[in-house]
Design a protein around this ligand. Structure first.
Ligand SMILES: [Zn+2]
Length: 145
């Protein structure tokens, strides 16, 4: 048994059940298929739902390409962050204090990282200390070089 999505010349949509594709073809040619709504015998097949889905998937596919691009960017960020983690001294909560001490030459100059509030980071920037916010919420740490 085959189910075809059909449509008459007045755009009435309905389903037709046939024993086979051949039976459908012969009934269609003989105009034995009538629209259940208006009785029109001018019937054509509509693409089935599965065909519609396949058809829709094709134009959607290229959209996935730009969506896939953030992945390498993210891994570049991850490797940049790992490099920062490997080359900086973790001063934790003392970040703002330590960054200021380095800035005013009260402590040896070295790259440090730690945690700072937005206010602290802004205050440091106003004093001319270069603070870089790391784009990783789970680290929530700033770094100064
Ligand atoms: Zn009709």
């Amino acid at each position: 048994m085959k189910v075809f999505d059909l449509c008459c010349d007045a755009d009435h949509l309905f389903e037709g059940w046939f024993a086979s594709q051949e039976q459908f073809d012969s009934q269609l040619l003989a105009q034995q298929i009538g629209c259940p709504l208006c009785g029109s015998a001018l019937i054509r097949r509509r693409p089935s739902a599965s065909h519609l889905k396949l058809g829709a998937a094709t134009p959607v596919a290229p959209v996935a390409v730009p969506a896939a691009q953030p992945a390498p960017q993210q891994s570049a960020l991850v490797s940049a962050a790992l490099r920062i983690l490997a080359t900086t001294e973790d001063v934790g909560e003392r970040f703002a204090e330590e960054a200021r001490r380095i800035h005013y030459k009260e402590a040896p100059e070295r790259p440090i990282r730690g945690v700072a509030t937005l206010q602290q980071a802004r205050a440091l920037e106003e004093e001319g200390v270069q603070v870089v916010a790391l784009p990783f919420p789970e680290l929530a740490k700033g770094t100064v070089q």
